[in-house]
Design a protein around this ligand. Structure first.
Ligand SMILES: Cc1cc2nc3c(=O)[nH]c(=O)nc-3n(C[C@H](O)[C@H](O)[C@H](O)COP(=O)(O)O)c2cc1C
Length: 302
């Protein structure tokens, strides 16, 4: 049975990765399992300079999901290079850095540094709904996505994956902009903008008022968007949004994702990602599939 894939030039032993912001830089989860069992690790959104993020409360539970407004808290790329990358390099897994910035220049300067590091690829975050400048402000227009992606492409020789926001009317056209600007892959979906109100205080629960919705509640939206993007572009898709087991992962792959990411599922059970690898293998056994690549995009539409 073959579970190996090549995603946008990145070799992975299986299609399972962990989604940015839900796995830190891997340390906490390494107490539970060998991180080398994963196809890849996508780091917390990392910026040129350290960021302290938004005021708490920054997370809350919702029906079959959660809202977060972390606001890209991270120690900055220099700290990452000196402290977290050497730790991650101990494991036999692909390392993809989620890169975020507030301006095109900041994305470019950050990616110049990332280009010099021993990492496998960059996931460009043009989709965080929880910061005032950058990210989703670029990610929700065709021109914005194209400008940032083209500028970064000029300075980055490593595989470039661009992460899309679902908070748009036509995700397929945004994915096309990414492809036209020279990216090697696209990832989707980031969180859906939401709000929860405490009815006793008559105030939003999150200090930021709004936050990004993730978890099983968003899976049908994510599967639909992966399918639509798969019809629009030829670059590979990293699919995510509510995946908690192997069957969910297979659903995304049938819709057109070559690899998948597990986000909020890591908070429900720290073993969700490794159990998803086993779940994919068990589906392959059940359906006598020899190569996982054979099911990508194979949904039979009615
Ligand atoms: C607490 C939290 C922090 C996140 N931080 C980031 C981030 O730094 N960069 C990013 O691109 N996405 C971030 N995300 C979005 C996830 O990577 C993922 O796209 C989204 O949660 C959907 O997947 P899920 O339903 O499996 O969680 C974050 C999500 C959560 C729940």
């Amino acid at each position: 049975m073959n579970t190996k894939i090549n995603f946008a030039g990145i070799e992975m032993k299986n299609p399972v990765t962990v989604a940015s912001g839900t796995f830190g830089y891997g340390r906490e989860y390494s107490d539970f399992f060998d991180l080398g069992e994963l196809g890849g690790i996508i780091t917390k959104g990392t910026s040129l300079k350290p960021r302290s993020g938004n005021k708490p409360p920054r997370v809350c539970e919702t029906a079959s999901g959660m809202l977060n407004s972390i606001g890209l808290q991270n120690p900055g790329v220099e700290y990452f290079a000196q402290n977290d990358l050497p730790f991650l390099k101990k494991f036999d897994t692909a390392i993809i850095v989620n890169a975020c910035g507030s301006s095109i220049d900041e994305y470019v300067d950050l990616c110049k540094i990332l280009n010099t590091l021993d990492i496998d690829g960059v996931e460009l975050n043009l989709s965080c709904p929880n910061v005032k400048a950058g990210c989703m402000a670029f990610g929700n227009t065709y021109d914005g996505v194209k400008q940032v992606t083209s500028a970064v492409r000029k300075v980055l020789d490593k595989p470039l994956i661009v992460k899309l926001t679902p908070n748009v009317t036509d995700i397929a056209s945004i994915a096309k902009a990414v492809e036209d600007a020279g990216a090697d892959g696209v990832s989707l979906i980031n969180t859906l903008l939401g709000m929860k109100i405490d009815i006793d205080k008559q105030k939003p629960v999150l200090a930021n008022n709004t936050g990004g919705l993730s978890g099983p509640a968003i899976k049908p939206v994510a599967v639909r968007m992966v399918y639509q993007v798969a019809q629009a572009v030829n670059i590979p898709i990293l699919g995510m949004g509510g995946i908690v087991n192997g069957d969910d992962a297979i659903e995304f792959m049938l819709a057109g994702a070559k690899a998948i990411s597990i986000g909020a599922g890591n908070f429900i059970d720290p073993y969700t990602s490794v159990n998803t690898v086993k779940g994919i293998e068990s589906y392959m056994n059940r359906h006598k599939i020899e190569d996982i690549n054979d099911i990508v995009g194979k949904v039979k539409m009615n």
